[in-house]
Design a protein around this ligand. Sequence first.
Ligand code: PLP
Length: 475
Amino acid sequence: MIEPARTVDQVLAELEELRARDLPTHGGRTLAYVYDSGVAEADELGRRALAMYGSTNGLDPTAFPSLLHMESDLIATARRLFHGDDEVVGSVTSGGTESILLAVKTARDAAGVDDPVLIVPTTIHAAFHKACHYFGVDRIAVPVDPHTFRADPVAMAAAMDEHAGRVVLVAASAPSYAHGVIDPIEEIAGHTRERGLRFHVDACIGGWVLPWAGVHQSWDFAVDGVTSLSADLHKYAYTPKGVSLLLHATPELRRHQFFASADWPGYTMLNATVQSTKSGGPLAAAWAVVRYLGDEGYARLVRTALDGTTALVAGVAEIEHLQVVVPPDSTLVAISADDSCDVFTICDLMLERGWFVQPQMGFAGGPATMHVSLSAATAASVPDFLDALAAAVATAVERGPIVVDEDLRAAAESLDPATLDDDAFAGLLQVAGLAGDTGAVEVPAQMAPVNALLDVAPPRLREALLTAFLDHLTR
Ligand SMILES: *Cc1c(COP(=O)(O)O)cnc(C)c1O
Protein backbone atom coordinates (compact mmCIF):
# COMPACT_ATOMS: atom_id res chain seq x y z
CA MET A 1 0.00 0.00 0.00
CA ILE A 2 1.26 3.45 -0.80
CA GLU A 3 1.01 6.43 1.54
CA PRO A 4 -1.51 8.88 0.08
CA ALA A 5 -0.90 12.63 0.21
CA ARG A 6 -3.12 14.56 2.60
CA THR A 7 -4.14 18.18 2.94
CA VAL A 8 -2.44 20.53 5.37
CA ASP A 9 -5.65 20.76 7.38
CA GLN A 10 -5.94 17.00 7.62
CA VAL A 11 -2.41 16.59 8.89
CA LEU A 12 -2.76 19.45 11.36
CA ALA A 13 -5.95 17.88 12.68
CA GLU A 14 -4.11 14.58 13.13
CA LEU A 15 -1.31 16.35 14.99
CA GLU A 16 -3.82 18.02 17.29
CA GLU A 17 -5.51 14.73 17.97
CA LEU A 18 -2.22 12.97 18.80
CA ARG A 19 -1.13 15.85 21.02
CA ALA A 20 -4.35 15.65 23.02
CA ARG A 21 -3.19 12.30 24.45
CA ASP A 22 -0.01 13.81 25.93
CA LEU A 23 0.56 15.49 29.24
CA PRO A 24 -0.12 19.22 28.91
CA THR A 25 3.07 21.26 28.45
CA HIS A 26 1.41 24.45 29.64
CA GLY A 27 -0.97 25.37 32.43
CA GLY A 28 1.38 24.58 35.31
CA ARG A 29 -0.06 21.18 36.26
CA THR A 30 2.67 18.96 34.81
CA LEU A 31 5.29 19.01 37.56
CA ALA A 32 8.16 17.26 35.78
CA TYR A 33 9.42 17.06 32.18
CA VAL A 34 8.08 20.50 31.21
CA TYR A 35 8.61 24.02 32.51
CA ASP A 36 6.05 26.76 32.03
CA SER A 37 6.76 30.45 32.50
CA GLY A 38 3.10 31.33 32.13
CA VAL A 39 4.23 34.16 29.84
CA ALA A 40 2.26 33.58 26.64
CA GLU A 41 4.31 36.09 24.65
CA ALA A 42 7.57 34.34 25.53
CA ASP A 43 6.11 30.99 24.40
CA GLU A 44 4.90 32.44 21.14
CA LEU A 45 8.26 34.08 20.49
CA GLY A 46 10.09 30.83 21.19
CA ARG A 47 7.83 28.91 18.83
CA ARG A 48 8.31 31.45 16.06
CA ALA A 49 12.10 31.51 16.41
CA LEU A 50 12.11 27.70 16.47
CA ALA A 51 10.18 27.62 13.20
CA MET A 52 12.25 30.39 11.58
CA TYR A 53 15.54 28.58 12.20
CA GLY A 54 14.33 24.98 12.11
CA SER A 55 16.04 24.20 8.81
CA THR A 56 19.35 25.96 9.46
CA ASN A 57 22.35 23.76 10.20
CA GLY A 58 24.80 24.36 13.03
CA LEU A 59 27.20 21.89 11.39
CA ASP A 60 29.20 24.71 9.88
CA PRO A 61 29.22 28.05 11.71
CA THR A 62 30.88 29.77 8.73
CA ALA A 63 27.91 28.85 6.54
CA PHE A 64 25.38 29.99 9.16
CA PRO A 65 27.04 32.89 11.00
CA SER A 66 23.70 33.78 12.61
CA LEU A 67 23.99 30.63 14.73
CA LEU A 68 27.55 31.40 15.79
CA HIS A 69 26.41 34.89 16.75
CA MET A 70 23.51 33.63 18.87
CA GLU A 71 25.63 30.93 20.49
CA SER A 72 28.26 33.51 21.47
CA ASP A 73 25.57 35.74 22.94
CA LEU A 74 24.15 32.92 25.06
CA ILE A 75 27.61 31.89 26.27
CA ALA A 76 28.37 35.52 27.16
CA THR A 77 25.16 35.76 29.15
CA ALA A 78 25.90 32.50 30.95
CA ARG A 79 29.49 33.55 31.67
CA ARG A 80 28.19 36.69 33.38
CA LEU A 81 25.43 34.86 35.30
CA PHE A 82 27.82 32.16 36.51
CA HIS A 83 30.61 34.55 37.56
CA GLY A 84 32.99 33.39 34.87
CA ASP A 85 35.92 35.53 33.79
CA ASP A 86 36.90 36.32 30.18
CA GLU A 87 38.60 32.97 29.82
CA VAL A 88 35.34 31.01 30.12
CA VAL A 89 34.25 29.38 26.85
CA GLY A 90 31.28 27.22 26.02
CA SER A 91 29.06 25.41 23.57
CA VAL A 92 25.35 25.08 22.97
CA THR A 93 24.27 21.44 23.09
CA SER A 94 20.98 19.60 22.58
CA GLY A 95 20.28 19.02 26.27
CA GLY A 96 21.64 18.35 29.72
CA THR A 97 22.64 14.82 28.86
CA GLU A 98 24.71 15.94 25.89
CA SER A 99 26.40 18.63 27.98
CA ILE A 100 27.30 16.01 30.58
CA LEU A 101 28.42 13.42 28.02
CA LEU A 102 30.78 16.01 26.57
CA ALA A 103 32.09 17.14 29.95
CA VAL A 104 33.00 13.54 30.84
CA LYS A 105 34.43 12.74 27.40
CA THR A 106 36.51 15.92 27.37
CA ALA A 107 37.95 15.19 30.81
CA ARG A 108 38.64 11.57 29.93
CA ASP A 109 40.44 12.44 26.69
CA ALA A 110 42.46 15.21 28.29
CA ALA A 111 43.68 12.90 31.07
CA GLY A 112 44.51 10.02 28.75
CA VAL A 113 44.82 7.49 31.59
CA ASP A 114 44.22 3.77 31.15
CA ASP A 115 41.41 3.20 33.64
CA PRO A 116 39.62 6.54 33.97
CA VAL A 117 37.49 7.19 37.06
CA LEU A 118 34.68 9.68 37.70
CA ILE A 119 33.90 10.57 41.32
CA VAL A 120 30.36 11.68 42.09
CA PRO A 121 27.87 11.70 44.95
CA THR A 122 25.15 8.99 44.72
CA THR A 123 22.63 11.75 43.99
CA ILE A 124 24.31 12.82 40.74
CA HIS A 125 22.04 12.75 37.69
CA ALA A 126 21.91 9.45 35.78
CA ALA A 127 23.25 11.27 32.71
CA PHE A 128 26.69 10.78 34.31
CA HIS A 129 26.02 7.02 34.47
CA LYS A 130 25.28 7.13 30.76
CA ALA A 131 28.48 9.09 30.09
CA CYS A 132 30.52 6.53 32.02
CA HIS A 133 28.84 3.71 30.13
CA TYR A 134 29.39 5.31 26.74
CA PHE A 135 32.97 6.37 27.36
CA GLY A 136 34.35 3.52 29.42
CA VAL A 137 34.81 5.47 32.62
CA ASP A 138 34.45 3.86 36.08
CA ARG A 139 31.90 5.66 38.19
CA ILE A 140 32.67 5.84 41.89
CA ALA A 141 29.45 6.92 43.62
CA VAL A 142 30.10 8.28 47.11
CA PRO A 143 27.16 8.09 49.58
CA VAL A 144 25.65 11.45 50.49
CA ASP A 145 24.86 12.68 53.99
CA PRO A 146 21.76 10.61 54.93
CA HIS A 147 20.02 13.59 56.55
CA THR A 148 20.77 16.47 54.19
CA PHE A 149 21.12 14.42 50.98
CA ARG A 150 24.10 16.61 50.13
CA ALA A 151 27.45 15.30 48.92
CA ASP A 152 29.97 14.46 51.64
CA PRO A 153 33.18 16.35 50.70
CA VAL A 154 35.41 14.40 53.10
CA ALA A 155 34.22 11.05 51.75
CA MET A 156 34.65 12.36 48.20
CA ALA A 157 38.20 13.48 48.99
CA ALA A 158 38.91 10.00 50.36
CA ALA A 159 37.63 8.51 47.09
CA MET A 160 39.89 10.89 45.13
CA ASP A 161 42.87 9.59 47.10
CA GLU A 162 41.85 5.97 46.87
CA HIS A 163 41.76 6.25 43.08
CA ALA A 164 44.67 8.69 42.77
CA GLY A 165 46.20 8.76 39.30
CA ARG A 166 42.99 7.53 37.64
CA VAL A 167 40.53 10.31 38.50
CA VAL A 168 39.67 12.30 35.35
CA LEU A 169 36.73 14.25 36.76
CA VAL A 170 34.79 14.99 39.94
CA ALA A 171 31.20 16.21 39.68
CA ALA A 172 28.45 17.50 41.97
CA SER A 173 25.02 19.11 41.58
CA ALA A 174 23.54 22.60 41.97
CA PRO A 175 20.96 21.42 42.79
CA SER A 176 20.37 17.67 42.59
CA TYR A 177 17.31 16.54 40.64
CA ALA A 178 15.90 14.02 43.11
CA HIS A 179 16.08 16.17 46.27
CA GLY A 180 16.59 19.73 45.02
CA VAL A 181 19.56 20.51 47.27
CA ILE A 182 22.90 22.10 46.36
CA ASP A 183 26.03 20.07 47.08
CA PRO A 184 28.82 21.80 49.08
CA ILE A 185 30.60 23.03 45.96
CA GLU A 186 33.21 25.13 47.77
CA GLU A 187 34.35 22.31 50.03
CA ILE A 188 34.55 19.82 47.17
CA ALA A 189 36.45 22.38 45.06
CA GLY A 190 38.94 22.77 47.90
CA HIS A 191 39.73 19.06 47.60
CA THR A 192 39.88 18.96 43.79
CA ARG A 193 42.06 22.10 43.67
CA GLU A 194 44.50 20.63 46.15
CA ARG A 195 44.82 17.55 43.93
CA GLY A 196 44.77 19.35 40.57
CA LEU A 197 41.59 17.60 39.45
CA ARG A 198 38.84 18.80 37.15
CA PHE A 199 35.51 19.57 38.85
CA HIS A 200 32.19 19.79 37.00
CA VAL A 201 29.12 21.48 38.49
CA ASP A 202 25.86 20.06 37.13
CA ALA A 203 23.60 23.11 37.16
CA CYS A 204 21.40 21.68 34.42
CA ILE A 205 18.26 22.39 36.39
CA GLY A 206 19.50 25.20 38.64
CA GLY A 207 21.45 27.25 36.14
CA TRP A 208 18.61 29.56 35.20
CA VAL A 209 17.20 29.76 38.75
CA LEU A 210 20.06 30.13 41.23
CA PRO A 211 21.53 33.40 39.79
CA TRP A 212 18.31 35.15 40.85
CA ALA A 213 17.49 33.07 43.92
CA GLY A 214 19.76 34.80 46.44
CA VAL A 215 21.33 31.52 47.59
CA HIS A 216 23.84 31.88 50.38
CA GLN A 217 26.53 29.61 49.03
CA SER A 218 28.73 29.87 45.95
CA TRP A 219 28.15 27.13 43.41
CA ASP A 220 29.46 28.40 40.06
CA PHE A 221 32.70 29.77 38.56
CA ALA A 222 32.94 32.11 41.57
CA VAL A 223 34.35 29.02 43.26
CA ASP A 224 38.02 28.59 42.47
CA GLY A 225 38.46 25.05 41.16
CA VAL A 226 35.22 24.69 39.20
CA THR A 227 36.46 23.75 35.73
CA SER A 228 33.20 23.11 33.87
CA LEU A 229 29.48 23.68 34.32
CA SER A 230 26.30 22.53 32.57
CA ALA A 231 23.08 24.56 32.50
CA ASP A 232 19.94 23.68 30.55
CA LEU A 233 18.01 26.39 28.79
CA HIS A 234 15.11 24.07 28.01
CA LYS A 235 14.28 23.86 31.72
CA TYR A 236 14.11 27.10 33.72
CA ALA A 237 15.08 29.46 30.90
CA TYR A 238 11.61 28.41 29.68
CA THR A 239 12.71 27.89 26.10
CA PRO A 240 11.53 25.13 23.73
CA LYS A 241 13.20 21.73 24.08
CA GLY A 242 16.61 20.85 22.69
CA VAL A 243 19.06 23.31 24.21
CA SER A 244 21.61 23.35 27.01
CA LEU A 245 24.99 24.96 27.68
CA LEU A 246 28.34 23.45 28.57
CA LEU A 247 30.94 25.91 29.85
CA HIS A 248 34.63 25.39 30.57
CA ALA A 249 36.78 27.68 32.71
CA THR A 250 39.41 28.03 29.93
CA PRO A 251 39.84 27.17 26.24
CA GLU A 252 42.60 24.77 27.29
CA LEU A 253 40.16 22.77 29.43
CA ARG A 254 37.76 22.54 26.48
CA ARG A 255 40.26 21.40 23.89
CA HIS A 256 39.45 17.68 23.90
CA GLN A 257 35.75 18.38 23.43
CA PHE A 258 36.30 18.94 19.71
CA PHE A 259 36.27 16.23 17.10
CA ALA A 260 37.69 16.53 13.60
CA SER A 261 38.13 14.07 10.79
CA ALA A 262 39.62 14.76 7.39
CA ASP A 263 40.15 11.06 6.77
CA TRP A 264 37.49 10.50 4.11
CA PRO A 265 36.61 11.94 0.70
CA GLY A 266 33.84 14.27 1.96
CA TYR A 267 34.02 17.55 3.87
CA THR A 268 36.31 17.70 6.88
CA MET A 269 34.00 16.90 9.74
CA LEU A 270 34.54 19.37 12.54
CA ASN A 271 32.26 19.21 15.56
CA ALA A 272 32.20 20.86 18.97
CA THR A 273 29.32 18.64 20.14
CA VAL A 274 27.95 15.12 19.75
CA GLN A 275 25.56 16.13 17.00
CA SER A 276 26.98 17.04 13.64
CA THR A 277 24.08 18.33 11.58
CA LYS A 278 22.07 20.16 14.19
CA SER A 279 19.01 22.32 13.87
CA GLY A 280 19.51 26.00 14.64
CA GLY A 281 15.90 26.08 15.83
CA PRO A 282 16.35 25.35 19.55
CA LEU A 283 19.34 27.73 19.73
CA ALA A 284 17.43 30.55 18.03
CA ALA A 285 14.41 29.95 20.26
CA ALA A 286 16.58 30.06 23.38
CA TRP A 287 18.36 33.20 22.22
CA ALA A 288 15.01 34.87 21.52
CA VAL A 289 13.38 33.95 24.83
CA VAL A 290 16.46 34.83 26.91
CA ARG A 291 16.60 38.27 25.24
CA TYR A 292 12.88 38.81 25.59
CA LEU A 293 12.68 37.97 29.30
CA GLY A 294 16.02 39.52 30.29
CA ASP A 295 17.38 39.51 33.83
CA GLU A 296 14.31 41.35 35.01
CA GLY A 297 11.98 38.73 33.60
CA TYR A 298 13.94 35.85 35.09
CA ALA A 299 14.23 37.60 38.45
CA ARG A 300 10.44 37.89 38.55
CA LEU A 301 9.82 34.31 37.36
CA VAL A 302 12.34 32.89 39.84
CA ARG A 303 10.77 34.85 42.70
CA THR A 304 7.34 33.54 41.71
CA ALA A 305 8.53 29.93 41.46
CA LEU A 306 10.44 30.15 44.76
CA ASP A 307 7.47 31.70 46.59
CA GLY A 308 5.35 28.90 45.15
CA THR A 309 7.87 26.34 46.38
CA THR A 310 7.88 27.83 49.88
CA ALA A 311 4.07 27.73 49.94
CA LEU A 312 4.07 24.16 48.69
CA VAL A 313 6.58 23.02 51.31
CA ALA A 314 4.57 24.73 54.08
CA GLY A 315 1.34 23.20 52.76
CA VAL A 316 2.75 19.69 52.58
CA ALA A 317 3.85 20.00 56.21
CA GLU A 318 0.17 20.50 57.10
CA ILE A 319 -0.93 17.29 55.37
CA GLU A 320 -0.90 14.32 57.71
CA HIS A 321 1.07 11.29 56.43
CA LEU A 322 3.26 13.40 54.12
CA GLN A 323 6.73 14.80 54.62
CA VAL A 324 9.09 16.96 52.57
CA VAL A 325 12.25 14.85 52.51
CA VAL A 326 14.62 17.81 52.86
CA PRO A 327 13.99 21.58 52.69
CA PRO A 328 14.81 22.43 49.06
CA ASP A 329 17.42 25.01 47.96
CA SER A 330 15.61 25.73 44.73
CA THR A 331 12.34 24.83 42.99
CA LEU A 332 12.43 21.03 43.29
CA VAL A 333 10.69 19.17 46.10
CA ALA A 334 10.78 15.48 47.10
CA ILE A 335 7.81 14.32 49.19
CA SER A 336 7.54 11.00 51.02
CA ALA A 337 4.60 9.31 52.75
CA ASP A 338 4.39 7.33 56.00
CA ASP A 339 3.40 3.65 56.22
CA SER A 340 -0.32 4.35 56.01
CA CYS A 341 -0.30 4.90 52.25
CA ASP A 342 1.74 4.66 49.10
CA VAL A 343 3.26 7.56 47.16
CA PHE A 344 2.62 5.59 43.97
CA THR A 345 -1.12 5.52 44.69
CA ILE A 346 -1.02 9.25 45.40
CA CYS A 347 0.72 9.88 42.05
CA ASP A 348 -2.03 7.96 40.22
CA LEU A 349 -4.77 9.81 42.10
CA MET A 350 -3.13 13.16 41.36
CA LEU A 351 -3.04 12.30 37.66
CA GLU A 352 -6.77 11.53 37.79
CA ARG A 353 -7.17 15.05 39.18
CA GLY A 354 -5.11 16.55 36.35
CA TRP A 355 -1.77 16.90 38.16
CA PHE A 356 1.34 15.04 37.06
CA VAL A 357 3.78 14.40 39.90
CA GLN A 358 6.71 12.12 39.17
CA PRO A 359 7.23 8.95 41.21
CA GLN A 360 10.82 8.33 42.37
CA MET A 361 11.74 4.83 43.59
CA GLY A 362 13.34 4.22 46.96
CA PHE A 363 17.12 4.25 46.73
CA ALA A 364 19.96 3.31 49.07
CA GLY A 365 17.64 2.86 52.05
CA GLY A 366 15.81 6.12 51.35
CA PRO A 367 12.04 6.10 50.82
CA ALA A 368 10.13 6.25 47.53
CA THR A 369 9.11 9.85 46.91
CA MET A 370 7.05 12.15 44.73
CA HIS A 371 9.03 14.67 42.73
CA VAL A 372 7.72 18.16 42.01
CA SER A 373 9.53 20.62 39.72
CA LEU A 374 7.73 23.88 40.32
CA SER A 375 7.48 26.34 37.42
CA ALA A 376 6.47 29.99 37.61
CA ALA A 377 3.12 29.05 36.03
CA THR A 378 2.40 26.59 38.86
CA ALA A 379 2.87 29.07 41.70
CA ALA A 380 -0.60 30.60 41.50
CA SER A 381 -2.20 27.13 41.64
CA VAL A 382 -0.30 25.86 44.68
CA PRO A 383 -3.42 26.10 46.89
CA ASP A 384 -5.34 23.99 44.31
CA PHE A 385 -2.45 21.57 44.16
CA LEU A 386 -2.44 21.21 47.96
CA ASP A 387 -6.21 20.62 48.02
CA ALA A 388 -5.85 17.91 45.38
CA LEU A 389 -2.91 16.41 47.25
CA ALA A 390 -4.76 16.31 50.60
CA ALA A 391 -7.72 14.61 48.91
CA ALA A 392 -5.44 12.13 47.15
CA VAL A 393 -3.71 11.29 50.42
CA ALA A 394 -7.07 10.69 52.16
CA THR A 395 -8.07 8.26 49.41
CA ALA A 396 -4.66 6.61 49.40
CA VAL A 397 -4.90 6.06 53.16
CA GLU A 398 -8.33 4.45 52.70
CA ARG A 399 -6.81 2.11 50.14
CA GLY A 400 -3.81 1.47 52.35
CA PRO A 401 -0.24 0.79 51.29
CA ILE A 402 0.28 -1.48 48.29
CA VAL A 403 1.32 -4.92 49.41
CA VAL A 404 3.57 -6.63 46.93
CA ASP A 405 2.88 -10.37 46.85
CA GLU A 406 5.56 -12.16 48.91
CA ASP A 407 6.50 -14.58 46.13
CA LEU A 408 6.81 -11.70 43.69
CA ARG A 409 8.92 -9.76 46.12
CA ALA A 410 11.19 -12.74 46.67
CA ALA A 411 11.46 -13.29 42.92
CA ALA A 412 12.18 -9.60 42.31
CA GLU A 413 14.89 -9.60 44.93
CA SER A 414 16.62 -12.72 43.66
CA LEU A 415 16.29 -12.54 39.86
CA ASP A 416 19.49 -11.89 38.01
CA PRO A 417 18.58 -9.87 34.91
CA ALA A 418 21.73 -11.11 33.16
CA THR A 419 20.25 -14.64 33.09
CA LEU A 420 16.93 -13.63 31.49
CA ASP A 421 16.17 -14.07 27.80
CA ASP A 422 13.58 -12.32 25.67
CA ASP A 423 10.79 -14.78 26.58
CA ALA A 424 11.55 -14.47 30.26
CA PHE A 425 11.28 -10.70 30.00
CA ALA A 426 8.00 -10.97 28.12
CA GLY A 427 6.67 -13.12 30.97
CA LEU A 428 7.99 -10.73 33.59
CA LEU A 429 6.39 -7.74 31.89
CA GLN A 430 3.07 -9.57 32.14
CA VAL A 431 3.62 -10.37 35.82
CA ALA A 432 4.60 -6.75 36.47
CA GLY A 433 1.42 -5.49 34.82
CA LEU A 434 3.22 -3.90 31.90
CA ALA A 435 1.80 -6.29 29.32
CA GLY A 436 -1.75 -7.50 28.77
CA ASP A 437 -2.96 -11.13 28.62
CA THR A 438 -2.05 -11.35 24.95
CA GLY A 439 1.49 -10.29 25.77
CA ALA A 440 1.02 -6.92 24.07
CA VAL A 441 2.91 -4.28 25.98
CA GLU A 442 0.79 -1.38 27.15
CA VAL A 443 0.96 1.56 29.49
CA PRO A 444 -1.32 0.52 32.37
CA ALA A 445 -4.07 2.85 33.54
CA GLN A 446 -2.91 2.40 37.13
CA MET A 447 0.83 2.70 37.49
CA ALA A 448 0.90 2.26 41.27
CA PRO A 449 1.02 -1.57 41.40
CA VAL A 450 3.76 -1.57 38.76
CA ASN A 451 5.75 1.09 40.56
CA ALA A 452 5.35 -0.69 43.90
CA LEU A 453 6.73 -3.87 42.38
CA LEU A 454 9.61 -2.04 40.70
CA ASP A 455 10.30 -0.33 44.00
CA VAL A 456 11.09 -3.64 45.72
CA ALA A 457 13.25 -4.76 42.81
CA PRO A 458 16.96 -3.95 42.93
CA PRO A 459 18.02 -1.13 40.54
CA ARG A 460 19.60 -3.60 38.06
CA LEU A 461 16.29 -5.47 37.65
CA ARG A 462 14.33 -2.20 37.43
CA GLU A 463 16.56 -1.11 34.59
CA ALA A 464 16.27 -4.45 32.79
CA LEU A 465 12.47 -4.62 33.12
CA LEU A 466 11.89 -1.07 31.96
CA THR A 467 14.31 -1.56 29.09
CA ALA A 468 12.34 -4.65 28.01
CA PHE A 469 9.19 -2.55 28.33
CA LEU A 470 10.53 0.19 26.06
CA ASP A 471 11.90 -2.42 23.67
CA HIS A 472 8.49 -4.08 23.32
CA LEU A 473 6.66 -0.76 23.22
CA THR A 474 8.71 0.27 20.20
CA ARG A 475 8.58 -3.00 18.24
C1 PLP B 1 17.55 17.42 33.59
C2 PLP B 1 18.85 17.19 34.22
C3 PLP B 1 19.90 16.59 33.53
C4 PLP B 1 19.74 15.97 32.15
O1 PLP B 1 19.24 16.85 31.24
P1 PLP B 1 18.38 16.44 29.95
O2 PLP B 1 18.13 17.77 29.35
O3 PLP B 1 17.15 15.74 30.43
O4 PLP B 1 19.22 15.57 29.08
C5 PLP B 1 21.12 16.50 34.17
N1 PLP B 1 21.28 16.95 35.41
C6 PLP B 1 20.28 17.52 36.13
C7 PLP B 1 20.54 18.00 37.52
C8 PLP B 1 19.03 17.65 35.56
O5 PLP B 1 18.03 18.17 36.24
